[in-house]
Write a protein that binds this ligand. Sequence first.
Ligand code: ADP
Ligand code: ZN
Length: 739
Amino acid sequence: MAAIARVVVHLALNREFDYRVPPELADRVRIGTPVIVPFGRGEARGYVVGLPARSPHPKLKPIRDVIGKKALIDEGMLELARWMAGYYLAPIETAVRAVLPGAVRARPAGHLERLLVTPTEAGRDPAAAQRLRPRAPKQAALLDRLRTGESLFLARLLRETGATASAVRALERKELVHVAGRTVERSPGGTRTLLPTAPPKLMPQQEEAFAAARAAIDGRNPRVVLLHGVTGSGKTEVYLHAMQYVLDRGGGAIVLVPEIALTPQTVERFRGRFGDVVAVLHSHLSDGERHDEWHRLHEGRARIAIGARSALFAPVRRLGLIVVDEEHEHTYKQEETPRYHARDVAVVRAVREDCAVLLGSATPSLESWHNARRGRYALARMPHRVDHRRMPLIRVIDLRREREREGRLYALSRDLFEAIRDRLARAEQTILFLNRRGYASALVCPRCGHVARCADCSVALTFHKQRRRLLCHLCGAAHPLPDRCPAPECRDPAFRYAGLGTERIEEVLAKVFPKARVRRMDSDSMRRKESYAEVLGDFRTGRIDILVGTQMIAKGLDFPNVTLVGVVNADVSLHMPDFRAGERTFQLLTQVAGRAGRGEVAGEVIVQTFTPFHPAIQAARRMATEDFCDQEIEFRRELGYPPCGRLACVTVRGPDEAEVTRAAGGFAEALRPMLNPAVRCAEPAPSPIARVRGQYRYQLVLRAPRARDLAEPLRRALDTFRWPRAVTVAVDIDAHSLL
Ligand code: ADP
Ligand code: ZN
């Protein structure tokens, strides 16, 4: 029986407090139990998120009481939280927090309850009002208003009659009205009714994929199906069929989409097919909406949950299927504790709840591809676009030769320029992609070689022309624009800006195509919540000719009139110091290319690069996804990188570089003897981004054939190592980015 409970208090959601569990409550206090605790001078409601053996605080106050009978988190979900805590080396309370949304934790009974007033038969009789009129005119007015017999909300009734609540209570005592609470739900879909859409007849390749999904849903192994389908091959339609199949058998489903894809467009497609049984869980919802959607699922009134990463933990009953759309997306990896990967945890949850998983992508992650190749996952392929529309033609422009030919380098190569001009002439649309926001990525002085850097982070400052600032993209620091080279010993006024950003491309387009309607879409121009939908709406209806943007525009958008996609510089993501850079670039190029030619006219893609023969670029050009994956896996195998083995990254941070170095070195030393010989442990080294917000960062990268070769010794070393006070340590199991 637990003696200590760790509690999240609703008043301070981001902190935990320890309390003593009094013996009389001990058998009722579990993880997830709502409790009342002393807090400050009063008391507060909260949730038990952990039952630690010890507490760092010597004197603990006791829990006052347990509210309600039921913990909101059931045993199965708690087990999953425990598994995450164990696998990702995270404190249990952070895992509990991940599986139970804040909005639900915060309001044990937060339905928007409103009181509804209904007249009884006696109350509807005009004689009743007549009798009351002389001595209680307000009560009479209330009855007059209710004469038609319909129910009215208390608030409205009081507003319209000018009566008070006590007058209503008096009528209730005389049994002339009933007052009852009715739960009103806030619906994120609004009150609009959607016309149900009928499912189309599947094409042969979709039939095959659907059959594979059915087999997994029916319980045949493997229970995970990887659906490799090119963009526009009809993957979503396969998800919809598989979900219908599950619903028909009385089950429920979860659909995970990358946050960026969670546009009204996507949601409507699911609501259009399944109507009200769809619950939407995403970050734009208010707490109240999220709370209601969660309870609709919990109580079985909704059976399909759709949302980003954390929707994985939705309380769907009789879960029969989890769909992970765009399963390769890195947004599925949470970059804070617990650093879980939603796709991987989906597979774990599916095994526990005996359900199927459908992973879909045009560019599968190497992890999933590896599992499919080894027969752990079933593989379904959809190589053709719906209606056999042609795949776009991809042309690679060698910027080195372009520079030789033109004598200098323009943002748009001659081919790209001409291609855009043709589209404008034919009233077709263009998407230009550049994964770098701002106007220029660096301020460089040609005389002294100085590059303007952030004082607190080891990155160059980006020039933002519209905001007239040099900005640090890591910490947000903003500096006024200098008029001379900032180096004190130089001060040359002839400094330059180098490296193109989206803002610059927008300006170039305005200059060379003055009549074109150009819009930019990146996190600078999309600061308002509605901007995204607005711009996409304008683009869809043809009010924009050229859309310029960062990865925001790379994915999931389907515009039939886009016949040209230009990649301004493919090298931006290729030269990241990260072993996944090639894979990321390949995926990005393929996804961007997929935006071209979704309609009747075949699309064209132009990719500008200084490294035209890089395997990632060549594979994207040939659309040889499976070859690329196989090849890349061979490289990874030689180096013991995932998916051929597991990886953990330990990052040590602190304001004092010497201390960080010492701590990282000491930890590595303490850890080494605990590792088995199969584990490769590099020397601690500065992270590629060596400093962020004034914190120095060192990393220790470990690779091993199996996950448990890493987790077990890491846990022991972390428990025993004495960290200096001024450093923090973060462990990332299956790290996705080593920056
Ligand atoms: P993906 O998810 O692979 O990009 P979608 O499922 O969005 O592809 O399908 C692309 C387009 O083709 C959509 O507009 C969809 O409505 C349509 N579509 C998909 N399957 C069929 C089908 N069997 N018959 C007719 N239209 C289809
Ligand atoms: Zn900075």
